[in-house]
Design a protein around this ligand. Structure first.
Ligand code: CAA
Length: 379
């Protein structure tokens, strides 16, 4: 598999790096502390084309490949994982699903503004009683002929408050199990749809995570994506690609912590020499460098498989589980290398450590990724 980056990939990396350093880094601690939605950064991401990177130009996107997307995700996640998660959800969970499975009318009406970043999207699968066991949907959409009547609650929805377009997974026929699940496009402002409480989270605190309530929301039939009963497969296919984005986010968090740890180790002196010259620190950095590179190769492989039109279900699960566990392990090590400085906000690594944890949970826990991988092994 060829991992050499083209001139275009290198330019995208530089643009994402500049954006992260110039636009995300200032104020990142304050936004994290105050759970402040990064409105200015979202505007800039839209201008740079980061919110619809892989969408065809015909629908307002950048027409780029998945490798370009993961390269940009890595760079932005090094600095601000709250910005990168909103970018990931908009690109891979919302725009991708709409472009791949939506009707021409749905694409014109919903995809174009999302790809241009004029509007933000949210993907609504998780419920109070349906997380890993995603087939156990309690949100019900009753077929009323020309519309569905939607009732239920969704939890922990990224972009929940700031989104305008919501892809809502709901059970339409309980007798059919997962084959009775549909995905409906719900617009903010539809009567009966309420945005509930904003979550006060451990990490990615500037991202906008909400509970959503649906009470007798009338959703027109033309807002269903795909054939009747396609909703669960839609969710699984979409999440397979989404996991590549989250793997890239985890990679970026790990790489960001590593870069900070290297810089700090070159400056900080203890026992009359820079701590990088102590083997106890140098070996930690060596392990970080090795495992981060391995994570990067898995992320690039999954992206390349997707770009080549091959099956990437297992590869994306492998990339996510490995990159997220690498992020958790090595952000803890980066804090350790920084000692007392690592434990305070000013040095950024404590935030990266808190941000890393969610990458082992959302878009499928590490345990769910192991289910997907082991099923591939057993088949
Ligand atoms: N592509 C296409 N179809 C798929 C598929 C895929 N990747 N994976 C499963 N399917 C199909 C199966 O073929 C099966 O269809 P048939 O009956 O026609 O053969 C159907 O879906 C059911 O599949 P399973 O029997 O494998 O389903 P399961 O109940 O055993 O669940 C699971 C499998 C992998 C655990 C799945 O439930 C899962 O991925 N759970 C985690 C959900 C998740 O990731 N939630 C995250 C929430 S979203 C989020 O976090 C977004 C955010 O805001 C950041």
């Amino acid at each position: 598999m060829n991992f050499s980056l083209s001139e275009e990939h290198l330019m995208i990396r530089q643009a994402a790096r500049d954006f992260a350093q110039n636009d995300c880094k200032p104020g990142v601690i304050e936004r994290d502390t105050n759970m402040k939605w990064p409105a200015e950064q979202v505007k800039k991401m839209a201008e740079l084309g980061f919110l619809g990177m892989m969408v065809s130009p015909e629908y307002g996107g950048g027409g780029m490949d998945t490798l370009s997307y993961v390269i940009a995700m890595e760079e932005i996640s090094k600095v601000d994982a709250s910005c990168s998660v909103l970018m990931s959800v908009n690109n891979s969970l919302v725009c991708w699903g709409l472009e791949e499975f939506g009707t021409e009318e749905q694409k014109r009406k919903y995809l174009v503004p999302l790809a241009k970043g004029e509007k933000i999207g949210a993907f609504c699968l998780s419920e109070p009683e349906a997380g890993s066991d995603a087939t156990s949907q309690s949100t019900i959409a009753i077929d009323m002929g020309d519309h569905y009547l939607l009732n239920g609650t969704k939890n922990w929805i990224t972009n929940g408050g700031c989104a305008s377009t919501y892809l809502v997974i709901a059970q339409t026929d309980v007798t059919k199990g997962h084959k009775g699940i549909n995905v409906l496009i719900v617009e903010k402002g539809m009567p009966g749809f309420t945005v509930g409480k904003k979550e006060d989270k451990l990490g990615i605190r500037a991202s906008d995570t909400h509970t959503l309530m649906f009470s007798d929301v009338k959703v027109p039939k033309e807002n269903r994506i795909g054939e009747d009963g396609f909703g669960f497969k839609f969710a699984m296919k979409t999440l397979s690609g989404g996991r590549i984005g989250i793997a890239a986010q985890a990679l970026g968090i790990a790489a960001g912590a590593y870069e900070l740890a290297v810089d700090y180790s070159k400056q900080r002196k203890a026992f009359k020499k820079e701590i990088i010259n102590h083997q106890a620190v140098a070996f930690k950095l060596a392990d970080m460098a090795t495992e981060i590179e391995a994570a990067r190769l898995l992320v690039y492989k999954a992206a390349r498989l997707k770009d080549a039109g091959k099956n990437y279900d297992q590869a994306s699960a492998m990339a996510k589980v490995f990159a997220s566990e690498t992020a958790m392990k090595h952000t803890v090590e980066a804090v350790q290398i920084h000692g007392g400085y690592g434990y305070v906000k000013e040095y950024h690594v404590e935030r990266l450590m808190r941000d890393a944890k969610i990458t082992q949970i959302y878009e499928g826990t590490s345990e769910v990724q192991r289910i997907v991988i082991s099923r591939g092994v057993l088949s």
